[in-house]
Design a protein around this ligand. Sequence first.
Ligand SMILES: Nc1ncnc2c1ncn2[C@@H]1O[C@H](COP(=O)(O)OP(=O)(O)OP(=O)(O)O)[C@@H](O)[C@H]1O
Ligand SMILES: [Mg+2]
Length: 470
Amino acid sequence: MEKGSVLIVDDEESIAHALEKGLKREDFLSFVATSGVEATHLLTKREVDVAIVDLNLPGFSGLQVLQYVQSNRLLTEVILMTGKATIETAVSAVKMGAYDYLTKPFEDFDRVLATVHKAWEKRQLLKKVQELEKKDGPRDSFHGIVGRSSKMQELFRLIENVGSSDSNVLVLGESGTGKELFARAIHETSLRAGRPFVVINCSALSENLLESELFGHKKGSFTGAVNDKKGLFEEANGGTVFLDEIGEVSPMMQVKLLRILQDGELRQVGGVETKHVDVRLIAATNRDLYQCVKEGKFREDLYYRLNVICFSLPPLRDRIEDAPVLAYAFLNRYSEKLGKKVSRISVDAMQSLQEYRWLGNVRELENVIERAVVLTKTDVITARELPPNLLGQLFYRTEEGTDIDMIHLSYQEAKERAVAVFNKTYLSTLLQQAAGNISIASARAGMDRSNFKKIIKKSGIDTNLFKKGT
Ligand SMILES: Nc1ncnc2c1ncn2[C@@H]1O[C@H](COP(=O)(O)OP(=O)(O)OP(=O)(O)O)[C@@H](O)[C@H]1O
Ligand SMILES: [Mg+2]
């Protein structure tokens, strides 16, 4: 039977590797993180059945990893590893919901494996119960967020589950995936619904005025401060502050933000008394914030403060089954808004919508549908109303597997790449059919053998791959 996945979190590599080896022998799929940050990153990236976490990690501790699992309602059982000195902490962690703890150094490795086994079995049971519970079928939308895919259903459930929590939230996702929409939905389902939702675009904040914008200022406290002014945090009191584009803030601003987060107290620029503000923070970025932390561009302590609950929004191309419901939702929105009676999308148009790569995600789809509703003269959107780059093969996949929209290249460059892609497909297919025989293939292509060979070489095709018996 296929076993589950186990994440080992320990900064002592010898222990991590011994565990990894032992678990692999038992057919568990195991992988290692050497810090708390790396662990939380992996936990949001992939499904983990059991996490074996050292209590005493540098920076983000084992207990914080446990808290992360719990705040994010992750389906992961946590087993803690502890030295003799911290057994008491481990015991209280079990009371908090950890599955069990193991004392280091391990005396009996079989017991370690048995504990992982039992934790995994418990996880299996809970999974079954959950599957039975969610039989009520997919929802097409949730607080204005449209999507039927299982990824979106999971995110809808996560919003509901964390609704009553007041923890800070980090929303990650490419541009146009709906980060702001999610932030609003999280606010609306929280106990703070009905209180203000204040958007702060971090990349637009000026460094000099940051404090005054966030905290407000007293009249006359600096040139230009002609009146008392409330800061954005105070305006949001009782509600939620949405820190958009958090990945763009400079190191100096990161320090200042951290200070606000740490004490929740603010003092107006030029003011004397401190005020207490009660706000929940939701931060969003289209950057890989974990990578920024690793590269030292984003403070680790600030990352921890913000990343208590993490929503990682998938790009539209990874849940393309959402394209039809989204397209129809936008069709209805824009035909109503524009006073038109467009009610259908033709089969070929829908096919193009589902084949396109959507590097601009839902925002791009929304724009495409709006444009099509404007253009159509009937009650149907057909392929004619779609932009040309959606219809042709205007995507070029590089060797590294990233897609480039060729519409951004010059004609000459785009043509060269399109020809290269065509050559590769055409020649490989031909060679495949000719079982790697160049004479046969070149004859079928209507070319002379030496020219044909040249093109094959230029296209980087290895003819040996097509020969029988290889
Ligand atoms: N799942 C969805 N359902 C309906 N509309 C969506 C969905 N996702 C995104 N949108 C729409 O797409 C547009 C872009 O969404 P949003 O502004 O939330 O994206 P974003 O992730 O914040 O992008 P950026 O990083 O560029 O700021 C908005 O008009 C939003 O209403
Ligand atoms: Mg946004």
